[in-house]
Ligand binder design. Structure first.
Ligand SMILES: [Zn+2]
Length: 331
């Protein structure tokens, strides 16, 4: 299978808005920039078409550094440009482009074979988060090099144990690999901060390491789904009514007893709360319904909770996480 690759930046790349990027580069293409060391640093953006932060970060970064030579080759991996043209995560006929890596998908398999042969030294995958979240980073392996890439970007680090099929997970088998979540899609601060950290790491060739012994990571204890047919949201008529401040709880540890929603009698079975690995039901370990209130039964950190019904139906309401030492065996 032939991959769409570009030697050097296509004209206009540094200023093009995400919705017009498909005019320059097809889906899942690679823009290869030369560096002193040919082993590339891979930077992925726009795997989700409605998450423009990665493109903006790379545009800020490369505009600021001009023509200065790069210590390593840089491969910019451009994701779902057709969905980006419509400002959507994916189009109806498409798979989610961040769930197909290491699976039987021809194009991502060809890309991975190409990456592997080039012996990449680092991998970044840039996203925006749904819901109001601070900038945070995710790693699949809690080793010093991967954690270093995460900690350089944010104090909030998630040790990801699912879902599978993520680009960063596939890359973690080849080199230190990290996901950076640059805040909500139209936050301009996230891309600017990411550009600064990219310059430090990729531009200066200073690869950070973190001491796993001294680091705390977030690990998901439960992923909270709400049944599609349930009326949920912030409105007074909803059978599951979110507390209005739910998104501001993200990455803030909440004590046991914290109310996260009010629930009508009829809707008490509207939740599926499963652990990351086997899909085991963990509702009773984390939550309780007490006098019409959905409450946490132990201290937990809500992460990526959202009030956006489309995201909740397609993905989930949010993750309940725990802070744990990075060195502790994941569970
Ligand atoms: Zn994303």
């Amino acid at each position: 299978m032939t991959l769409a690759t570009f030697a050097g930046l296509p004209d206009g790349f540094l200023t093009i808005p995400p919705e017009r990027l498909s005019e320059l580069t097809p889906e899942l293409s690679l823009i290869k920039l030369e560096g002193d060391d040919p082993r590339p640093i891979v930077i992925s953006m726009l795997l989700h078409g409605n998450e423009p932060g990665g493109l903006r970060a790379v545009q800020h970064w490369l505009t600021a550094r001009g023509d200065r030579p790069l210590p390593h080759a840089v491969w910019l991996q451009v994701g779902n440009t057709t969905a980006a043209a419509e400002g959507r995560r994916v189009l109806d006929h498409q798979p989610d482009y961040n769930r197909i890596w290491g699976r039987s998908h021809k194009k991502t398999n060809a890309l991975m074979a190409h990456h592997k042969e080039a012996q990449p030294v680092l991998a970044f995958d840039l996203h925006n988060s749904s819901g109001k979240n601070p900038h945070f980073a995710g790693v699949h392996l809690a080793d010093a090099d991967s954690l270093g890439l995460a900690a350089a970007f944010s104090d909030h680090v998630v040790h990801i144990q699912g879902p599978t099929g993520l680009f960063a997970q596939a890359m973690a088998e080849l080199c230190p690999s990290v996901i950076w979540e640059l805040g909500p899609p139209h936050d301009e601060q996230g891309p600017r901060w990411a550009a600064e950290v990219l310059e430090r790491i990729v531009g200066q060739g200073a690869f950070p390491a973190a001491d796993p012994m001294s680091m705390v990571v977030h690990r998901a204890q439960g992923i909270v789904h709400i049944h599609r047919e349930t009326m949920f949201g912030l409105g007074p008529d909803c059978a599951v009514r979110f507390v209005p401040e739910i998104e501001s709880y993200n990455f803030q540890e909440q004590p046991a007893g914290t109310v996260i929603a009010w629930v009508d009698d009829m809707a008490e079975d509207a939740f599926d709360v499963v652990d990351r690995e086997g899909g085991v039901d963990v509702f009773d370990a984390l939550l309780a319904i007490d006098d019409g209130k959905l409450v946490l039964t132990r201290p937990l950190v809500p992460v990526m909770f959202t009030t956006d019904p489309a995201v909740i139906r397609r993905d989930c309401w949010g993750y309940l996480m725990e802070r744990q030492p990075a060195t502790r065996a994941p569970r």
